[in-house]
Design a protein around this ligand. Structure first.
Ligand SMILES: [Zn+2]
Length: 214
C-alpha cells in the first residue's frame, strides 16, 4: 500500500498508473507551495485522483511560498524561456529551484505513510530531470531511503517507476497504461493555457507532438 505524490503532470501520473494495481495506492498528495501553477496543478491532480478512484489531499506549505524567491513562485519574476539548443539548463534550473522541495515533500509524505500504515511513497523522479535537478536523481532516492530507515520506525520507502526513463519513455508508458492525458498540467506557469515556452512545456510538448498524443 502506498501514497503517491501527484503534481498533475506526466511523470507523477504515469508513476501512479504503473503502481495502482501493483502496489495499491491509498492516497494522493498534492503540495501547494505558492507555485504559479498551483490551482492548475491541484485541479489536474484532483481529476486524475478521481479517475483512479483514490482519495486526494492538498497540503499547503505557505511558509515555503514565503521563503522561496525563484520565478516558479515569485509573481514578480518571469519563468525563463527554455531552449534545447542554447543549453541553459543550469540557469533555468536555478531560476525555478525551490529550497529543498522534494526533500520536504518526501518527509511530509513519510509522516503520512508511517501514521497511516503504508509502506511506500511513489514519486515521479525521472532520468531527464535527474540530470538537471539533483533532487530527482537516483543518488537522492537512495540517500533519502537510507534516512527514512532512521526517521520512520516502519522504514517507509520511496519508489520511482520512471527513474530510468526520459520524457519520451514516460509518455510511451502513459500510452501503454492509458493515462488520462487530457487532465494533465505540466506548465510551470498558471495561465489559462499552457505557456509553451518554459522548460516543462518544452520537454512535454515536444514529446507529445512526436508521439501524436495531443
Ligand atoms: Zn509552460
Amino acid at each position: 500500500m502506498a501514497i503517491v505524490l501527484l503534481s498533475g503532470g506526466l511523470d507523477s501520473t504515469v508513476s501512479l498508473a504503473k503502481s495502482v494495481r501493483k502496489i495499491g495506492i491509498k492516497l494522493a498528495l498534492t503540495f501547494d507551495y505558492g507555485q504559479k501553477a498551483n490551482q492548475k496543478e491541484i485541479h489536474a491532480a484532483s481529476l486524475i485522483a478521481r479517475h483512479y478512484k483514490i482519495p486526494h489531499q492538498v497540503i499547503k506549505l505557505p511558509w515555503l511560498a514565503n521563503i522561496t524567491k525563484t520565478s516558479l513562485v515569485n509573481k514578480e519574476k518571469a519563468i525563463p524561456k527554455f531552449s534545447f539548443k542554447e543549453s541553459n539548463y543550469k540557469e533555468t534550473a536555478e531560476a525555478v529551484w525551490v529550497p529543498n522541495r522534494n526533500g520536504v515533500f518526501i518527509n511530509i509524505s513519510a509522516s503520512f505513510a508511517e501514521a497511516l500504515g503504508y509502506k511506500y511513497i511513489i514519486c515521479g523522479f525521472n532520468k531527464e530531470e535527474g540530470e538537471t535537478f539533483p533532487d530527482n536523481s537516483i543518488d537522492f532516492l537512495k540517500s533519502i531511503n537510507k534516512a527514512l530507515n532512521y526517521s520512520t520506525l516502519s522504514k517507509v520507502k520511496v519508489l520511482s517507476f520512471v527513474i530510468g526513463l526520459n520524457k519520451k519513455g514516460i509518455a510511451k508508458e502513459g500510452l501503454k497504461y492509458r493515462i488520462p492525458f487530457e487532465f494533465l498540467w505540466s506548465c510551470y506557469d498558471g495561465q489559462e493555457e499552457i505557456c509553451g515556452k518554459c522548460e516543462s512545456c518544452q520537454r512535454t510538448t515536444k514529446v507529445f507532438r512526436k508521439l501524436k498524443i495531443l
